[in-house]
Design a protein. Structure first.
Length: 94
């Protein structure tokens, strides 16, 4: 029974990560009321998604979210943090 509960928690964390990823992805696009992408907010959303994917042990999604997090940080001129995000993505693959 403990394994089932742990599996449910991991699946829940992945779903939570998907929600954060979708929200952050929406902030990177222009809309009728938002003429420029909101990169700082997107970076925060991608960071939350990375943490959820890490807790849910979904490496492919974690690497993708790390790359998008790094892109958002680059667009918001936080180059050092973007490098750390890419390093984190590379460490997931190693």
């Amino acid at each position: 029974m403990a394994l089932k509960a742990m599996g449910d928690t991991m699946a829940g964390r992945i779903q939570e990560g998907d929600a954060h990823y979708k929200e952050a992805d929406g902030l990177t696009k222009k809309t009728f009321t938002r003429w420029k992408p909101e990169w700082v907010g997107a970076a925060l959303g991608f960071e939350k998604a990375v943490k959820c994917y890490k807790a849910g042990k979904s490496l492919e999604k974690q690497v993708d979210a790390n790359q998008r997090w790094a892109q958002a940080l680059c667009e918001s001129n936080a180059f050092y943090n973007a490098g750390n995000a890419l390093l984190s993505a590379a460490q997931c693959l190693a």
